[in-house]
Design a protein around this ligand. Structure first.
Ligand code: ZN
Length: 419
């Protein structure tokens, strides 16, 4: 057992490494960075990660998909895995993904330096292409480690027509080895540290969030049609304006979601008016609704409420067509692990809260197969997927401490109740 917990005060070191990684981009010279799968920047970033893992005393390897691992051998080969993704969105910041990889290296590195000998083996992972920013796949790196990426999915091409499978083969990554990259049965637990990407922790002055659920979501495709007519010659009482009806739907649905659940969020971010001219009352309005909630039953209740509001909108002779699609239920994190994280935060006297994640993460894919938990650190002003992403070094230190304590708790044999 390591008694000195000041070894995890690595905020400054984490920030400095994130800055070094931030200099590695496929779009140099602009503030926003981009690292897409198997690009030049991806290789340079992973070469930095490899160096840091080796310096931390870890044995480094890559799987056939380019996920990078640093391993600390324990007394048994069963493994506690921690990390996040190395890639970024286009025009992204320094913290999304990379923060979880670098913090994990720092936490494990500090433990190794202090002479820690875990019972379980411990590995740090840097996943490939979480954002799907080069190849339009969702979370392919984490799908690979739970045996859920089929070889035929590798036939996808990027914007320039480069086929992923061909690219992999050219670079020496063998698609035939996908089955060997499946870590089910070897990895006992997975824990991911990530920036919150929302403003809750920053607003509330908290350093750490313990994720209970990763949000569920669905979309609605809605078209309301009315009567296209002249904007000047049609008096108000003779109009059938679908935009006004859409505005009613927006207000009512927003109020309904707010009333049903504090964790529900509804967004009307994509809208198109036909014909879309300033002097024409539109004939129809088309809208995509994005509805999310980390609370599964509440999400279904919100869906029913939105549908009832849309049904009601037909009443005044408007045409309303809608369908809901791409339903993904919320993904719960392992409750025992969340409790263990809470103990770590309490022992460290770090201000925390239990919360849901509004964004998707690799953890969401892994959690269906391997007990999984997530630690959030604050995003200043809630900004993410932007070059303005920032997390204070003191919060990085606290996140590192919770992760470090958690690794000791879960990988140290003396804390395993079943032994
Ligand atoms: Zn991320």
């Amino acid at each position: 057992m390591i008694d000195d917990k000041t070894i995890f005060q690595r905020g400054e070191a984490i920030e400095s490494r994130l800055r070094q990684l931030g200099d590695v981009s496929d779009t140099p010279g602009v503030p926003g960075i981009w690292r897409g799968m198997m690009s030049d920047a991806d290789f340079r970033a992973k070469s930095l990660v490899r160096t840091w893992m080796e310096e931390a005393g870890l044995a480094v390897r890559e799987d056939c998909f380019g996920n990078i691992y640093g391993r600390l051998e324990g007394q048994v080969s069963e493994t506690i895995l921690t990390g996040s993704h190395v890639d970024t969105v286009k025009d992204g910041g320094l913290y999304d993904g990379a923060c979880g990889v670098v913090t994990a290296i720092e936490a494990v590195g500090a433990l190794v330096k202090a002479g820690w000998k875990p019972y379980y083996s411990v590995e740090v992972v840097g996943f490939e292409e979480e954002e799907g920013s080069r190849f339009d796949l969702s979370y392919p790196g984490s799908h690979v480690i739970v045996g859920k990426l089929a070889e035929e999915e590798l036939n996808i091409c990027d914007e320039k027509g480069v086929c992923l499978k061909t690219l992999m083969e050219e670079l020496g990554y063998d698609p035939k080895e996908l089955p060997q990259a499946d870590r089910r049965g070897q990895v006992k637990e997975f824990m991911e540290l990530h920036v919150e990407q929302g403003a809750v922790l920053d607003r509330e002055g908290l350093s750490v969030g313990l994720v209970e659920n990763i949000t569920g979501m669905m979309n609605f495709d809605v078209t309301i049609s009315g009567e296209q007519n002249h904007a000047g010659a049609t008096p108000m009482y003779l109009r059938k304006d679908p935009m006004v009806k859409m505005a009613e739907v927006i207000l009512k649905a927003t109020e309904a979601v707010k009333a049903i659940s504090p964790t529900g969020v509804i967004t009307f971010g994509e809208m198109e008016l036909h014909p879309g001219l300033k002097n024409v009352i539109p004939g129809s309005v088309h809208c995509i609704i994005d509805l999310r909630d980390g609370n599964g039953p509440a999400l279904l209740e919100e869906q029913a409420a939105v549908e009832a509001i849309l049904e009601e909108a037909c009443a005044d002779g408007f045409g309303v067509e809608y369908r809901s699609y791409s339903y993904e239920p919320p993904v719960p994190m392992n409750s025992q692990l969340v409790d263990a994280l809470e103990e770590c935060a309490r022992e460290a006297e770090i201000p925390y809260k239990r919360m849901n994640s509004g964004a998707g993460h690799d953890s969401m894919i892994i959690a269906w197969e391997i007990p999984t938990c997530m630690i959030f650190v604050p995003s200043v002003d809630g900004i993410s997927h932007s070059p303005k992403e920032y997390t204070r070094p003191e919060d990085l230190s606290r996140g590192c401490e919770v992760l470090g304590r958690m690794l000791m708790k879960r990988a140290d044999e003396r804390t395993q109740p079943d032994r």
